[in-house]
Design a protein around this ligand. Structure first.
Ligand SMILES: Nc1nc2c(ncn2[C@@H]2O[C@H](COP(=O)(O)OP(=O)(O)OP(=O)(O)O)[C@@H](O)[C@H]2O)c(=O)[nH]1
Ligand SMILES: [Mg+2]
Length: 473
């Protein structure tokens, strides 16, 4: 290696998933992956950065085009073995016939390790054997990766048998399903292909793990913050003489629902960015509860509420919860309220930067009726919000960056649907943490029980860490 930053070139036949592997390994969804063979024509280096520091590089390369002719040259090469790549490049640099081979050898010639990618769902062919023999003759540290595109045809055993003769290490790594732990295992395997890299790769693995823990802590903060905001959220409006209270209440409920949905959406976006998904919408499978509106009855059913809980949730679903009129104080009539309505407006303007919604309506009440929707007093609301945050997180972390199809491939059974409510399976001790948190943040008072918030954030973090290790979402 030419620098302290380890570099690996990802080589292989066209269309086998080299770019997809690079994309997943580097968590970079901008790598060009395409069903058309020959998509990648020049090498491109993708550097993984953590906290702005370069950690490791992977080079995406074009596929071998003429492996048999190249092997013939390699076999006839009379010079010093360690110069074989440099010589090949020097001799063929301006020969269009070998253009792809020259290009894909460049990173290896400058010291990159080799990751050879094959599609394990097709049989081994003569061209592959030629490619493997070429790689052996380079003398560079190398590892073979089986990236099976289709589960139904499995030639993994055949590939393994062949690989034994040519590679220092073999690993199954599926670009379309690999998660964080698979990536770590891949790096662990790379350690073993050359002793010289052991130490530096151990540091890379540490950096990856520390970064993952940091992301989980941030994700737990985003989720906790969004839940707190949603639980405490309310909208209110003073009634004027012409207002129909029922209509105003309906309007406010609509505003309430929209804004709580916005809080959730913003939390989703933060989590998505945290895990470096940029280009593609991380589409949720059809069966996902997140396909349903936060305030739809279906959501609440899917998340495992019992019939009694659902009945109690009716008010939330109808958007009528907490819709109370702050009854006219001091006997002021609606008419009077209208008359001083201008004052109220001035009052709000004077509040300036402070958000009016955070200010207790009591503070700006000048008498008259007010309609208020929220805050939501139903403890189930917390579990719904938490479930949805956790489910979204699970989808995001299980969506590798190299996957390009929209659909989730896994089979969907009724069981999967039933399992969606993560919080229904919480232990009593954990439910206690949730209950205390809900009590601490609900309503409009200042939050006094700060410890309740911290324990809740810690619980969310543990739940995220547990989900990190599961793959069935
Ligand atoms: N189902 C499935 N499809 C995959 C997998 N890896 C790659 N593909 C698909 O296979 C096609 C080729 O993937 P690429 O990563 O572009 O292949 P490549 O080896 O870089 O191809 P060239 O650049 O043309 O040499 C794309 O349509 C990918 O979406 C996988 O693990 N599973
Ligand atoms: Mg490619």
């Amino acid at each position: 290696m030419s620098s302290d930053i380890p570099e690996f070139a990802v080589l292989g036949h066209p269309n086998e998933g080299k770019s997809a592997v690079v994309s997943t390994l580097t968590e970079d969804d901008q790598v060009r992956v395409s069903p058309v063979p020959g998509e990648t024509t020049v090498c491109r280096t993708y550097t993984v950065k953590i906290d702005g520091k370069e950690i490791i590089r992977f080079v995406d390369t074009p596929g071998f085009q003429v492996p048999r002719q190249t092997l013939a040259w390699f076999n006839a090469y009379p010079g010093e073995p360690h110069r074989i790549l440099d010589e090949f490049i020097a001799v063929h640099e301006s020969d269009p016939f070998y253009a792809d081979e020259v290009e894909l050898f460049r990173p290896v010639a400058r010291g990159a390790g080799i990751i050879y990618v094959v599609n394990g769902s097709r049989p081994v062919r003569a061209d592959d054997l030629a490619e493997m023999e070429i790689l052996r003759l380079t003398g560079r540290p190398r590892m073979a990766v089986i990236n099976s595109k289709h589960a139904e045809n499995d030639y993994t055993r055949d590939w393994r048998r062949e690989f034994g003769k040519y590679f220092n290490s073999i690993r199954i790594f599926n670009a379309n399903t690999a998660n964080f732990y698979d990536r770590i295992k891949m790096l662990e395997s790379l350690k073993s292909i050359d002793q010289e890299w052991e130490l530096v790769l151990a540091r890379v693995i540490q950096a990856f793990q520390a970064e993952w823990e940091k992301r989980n802590r941030l994700a737990s903060a985003y989720i906790t913050h969004a839940i707190e905001k949603s639980i405490r959220f309310f909208v209110s409006r003073g009634l004027t003489g012409d207002d129909d209270p029922v209509l105003v209440q309906e309007e406010l409920a609509e505003v309430y629902r929209k804004q709580v949905r916005d809080i959730e959406t913003s939390m989703f976006h933060h989590i998505r960015a945290l895990f470096r998904h940029r280009l593609y919408e991380v589409s949720l499978p059809d069966y996902s509860v997140l396909q349903h509106d936060l305030f739809s009855r279906k959501t609440w059913e899917l998340l495992g509420l019992t019939r009694t809980q659902l009945a109690a949730a009716g008010a939330v679903l109808g958007g009528t919860m907490g819709a109370v009129a702050d009854t006219a104080a001091h006997g002021l009539s609606f008419g009077m309220f209208t008359a001083i309505g201008g004052l109220l407006g001035a009052g709000s303007a004077v509040l300036g930067g402070r958000r009016v919604a955070d200010k207790s309506p009591a503070g700006i009440r000048l008498g008259g009726d007010r309609i208020q929707v929220g805050p939501n007093e139903n403890p189930q609301f917390l579990y719904i919000l938490l479930d949805r945050g956790l489910i979204y997180y699970a989808h995001i972390i299980n969506r590798p960056h190299g996957r390009r199809e929209k659909r989730n491939i896994t089979d969907i059974t009724d069981d999967t649907v039933k399992k969606q409510g993560i919080t229904t399976a919480l232990t009593p001790a954990r439910r206690q943490v949730c209950a205390r948190y809900f009590k601490a943040v609900k309503g409009r008072r200042r939050i006094k029980d700060k410890k309740a918030v911290l324990s809740f954030a810690a619980l969310v973090l543990s739940l995220l860490e547990e989900l990190s290790q599961r793959t069935d979402y």
